[in-house]
Write a protein that binds this ligand. Structure first.
Ligand SMILES: Nc1ncnc2c1ncn2[C@@H]1O[C@H](COP(=O)(O)OP(=O)(O)O)[C@@H](O)[C@H]1O
Ligand SMILES: O=C(O)[C@@H](O)C(=O)COP(=O)(O)O
Length: 429
């Protein structure tokens, strides 16, 4: 692997869609960036880069495992010279009280020797803003947004100081918007004050990109931060403005067309994805899987492949497991939340594998956990970032994949406009 003399930014993302969102943001801000799946093998050939985003599937696994995998990624990034490591979490702070943001932050903080960690999931471009420590999704607080019904990480408290305090061993402070608005020195002074009180992490308000630029300037002087693409934007702009990184115009890494057939898989049950599936019905064949059939082992994946194979030769198809929140809740009540999630992810991976064997080379996947299961099954070790389809979702070109050239789009459940599937396929040639 070829890297710049010293990696300017190391990132650990807790899911694969989140990683591609961050890699997209860093690329657009001028950093040469690559997304790897897990810690890359030494023989993975990658171009020279300023930033590496190591993708983990650690958002919804047992906390101890999330900690050990994140620490291994951090050690690898530090070993390549990364002075700053960003732990990329979801812009909707997806995690239960038994969740992993706090434990991973605590472990990375200890490893980094960081006094006080900056934390913000703000990502204004996608409507995620933080005020007085409360996360807003568009116009509503997190606990009133559709995230209250997320299948794996239902978010019922919008106050992130409280949410993080329930997960972390350290006390959590707040840097409010008034302080951020006064500039980097005011933020530094507030952090020093919090640190003096033994507070080990601070949620920082951010409403506009300019707030994230201030935060980025401060964060760049630290060893560790926690947040979504917004703080990535701030860090990237700080690295460019201080001359640490020479800005590079985003190249069209999607490069030459790959051809082959195209397919879409949706495992996200978010309102945005449900709407995108409904729109897709008008323009491509759509198969709705029977989620109960998947769990009771009734050969749903095989049935889906038999349906899809004759159709993909004529044009793209979409296969979806997604259901509305009341049906998700009913299914989980019958079979258990984890069993449902895992069984459907496994079926989606089976379907993706079968589709690729049948000649699919362009694949759109909706859902973070779903994307993780699919990419792992396809044994793709990394991605280069291509053009942006929608905020937070780039076209990705697989590197080092056994199956050869492939283009993917890994869509966070919540991202993209109503016509997302068509928009994506239009840019994936
Ligand atoms: N019909 C369904 N009922 C219950 N759970 C489902 C259904 N379809 C998919 N799932 C599961 O819901 C979870 C969705 O998570 P994810 O793929 O991360 O989407 P998002 O990006 O919206 O968070 C996955 O574990 C998936 O297997
Ligand atoms: O920050 C975000 O919102 C996304 O990058 C993200 O993490 C996506 O997670 P999923 O919604 O589970 O795909």
């Amino acid at each position: 692997m070829t890297l710049a003399a010293r990696l300017s930014l190391g990132c650990i993302a807790d899911d694969y869609t989140g990683a591609s969102d961050l890699a997209n943001t860093l690329t657009r801000a001028g950093l040469r960036t690559v997304q790897t799946i897990g810690v890359p093998a030494d023989d993975l050939a990658l171009p020279e880069v300023d930033a590496v985003v190591v993708s983990l599937k650690s958002r919804s696994i047992e906390a101890g495992l999330a900690v050990s995998r994140s620490r291994a990624a951090e050690a690898w990034l530090r070993g390549r010279g990364a002075g700053h490591v960003l732990f990329k979490i979801c812009s909707t702070f997806d995690s239960t009280d038994a969740g992993n943001i706090g434990p991973v932050m605590d472990a990375l903080r200890a490893d980094s020797g960081e006094a006080v960690v900056l934390v913000t999931p703000a990502f204004p471009e996608t409507g995620r803003t933080v005020y007085q420590g409360n996360l807003f999704v568009g116009a509503v607080p997190l606990n009133e947004s559709p995230l209250k019904d997320h299948p794996l990480n239902p978010m019922r408290d919008s106050n992130l100081v409280r949410v993080l305090a329930r997960q972390s061993k350290t006390q959590i402070g707040l840097v409010d918007l008034a302080t951020v608005t006064r500039g980097a020195d005011a933020v530094r002074a507030r952090l020093a004050e919090l640190s003096g009180k033994g507070i080990g992490a601070a949620v920082i308000d951010a409403v506009f990109d300019r707030d994230l630029e201030t935060i980025g300037l401060v964060a760049a002087g630290h060893r560790l931060s926690v947040g979504a693409s917004g703080i990535g934007l701030g860090l990237a702009r700080a690295l460019v403005s201080t001359g640490e990184v020479k800005s590079t115009t985003a190249s069209s890494a999607a490069g030459a067309p790959v051809g082959g057939s195209a397919a879409c898989l949706a495992g996200s049950c978010s309102q945005a994805t449900l709407q995108q599936i409904a729109k897709a019905e008008a323009v491509m064949p759509v198969l709705h899987l029977d989620p109960d059939g998947i769990i009771t082992g009734a050969g749903e994946a095989q049935r889906a492949l038999e349906w899809a194979k004759p159709r993909v030769v004529d044009g793209p198809v979409l296969i979806a497991s997604s259901s509305a929140s009341d049906q998700v809740a009913a299914l989980q009540a019958r079979h258990g939340r984890d069993a449902v999630g895992l069984a459907i992810e496994h079926a989606m991976a089976d379907i993706a594998e079968g589709l690729v064997q049948a000649g699919v080379k362009r694949l759109v996947v909706a859902g973070g956990e779903t994307s993780g299961a699919v990419v792992d099954r396809l044994k793709i070790p990394g991605f280069l970032v291509g053009v942006e389809i929608a905020a937070g979702v780039p076209v990705l070109r697989a590197v080092g994949a056994e199956k050869g050239d492939m283009l993917l789009a890994l869509k966070s459940g919540n991202f993209g406009g109503a016509e997302f599937f068509t928009d994506a396929l239009g840019l994936m040639r």
